[in-house]
Design a protein around this ligand. Sequence first.
Ligand SMILES: [Zn+2]
Length: 151
Amino acid sequence: MLFRTHIAFSFLAGLYLIDLFNVDRQILFMVVLLFFSIFPDIDESSSKVFKKLRPFSYLAALFGHRNIFHTVYFPVALFLVLFVFELRLIAVAVLVGYLIHLLLDMFSKKGLALFYPLSRKKVKGFLKVGSFFENILFFIVLILIVYKLLV
Ligand SMILES: [Zn+2]
């Protein structure tokens, strides 16, 4: 999925979560959620997050695109550490942002192996990254964001 698609979906989810959990630090929650919704692509050299987080991204890229940074271990471990240190709001934002990224990537034709290296079985979808259909989805989410902000 494209950068903007990840951001749009996560922003929409963040708006609903802020309402659902009655989040008081809304900007912090949303910034963390959005950051972690794009963070997994740190392992992909053409991504925006890769370019912004150099030189750390060079290390991440050693593992290959859609490998260890596109598994469930990293977000769950981060969530647990933050939760133990009583940073529950941040923990939820990290987990949700990261998992939304993984969920969206599962809809792409390339797919994801969520439990790599324990299992190399990929969950694959039908979407081609940057395709017409992805753009349609992006605009539908934009409309839903505007609707949510106005209602
Ligand atoms: Zn990704």
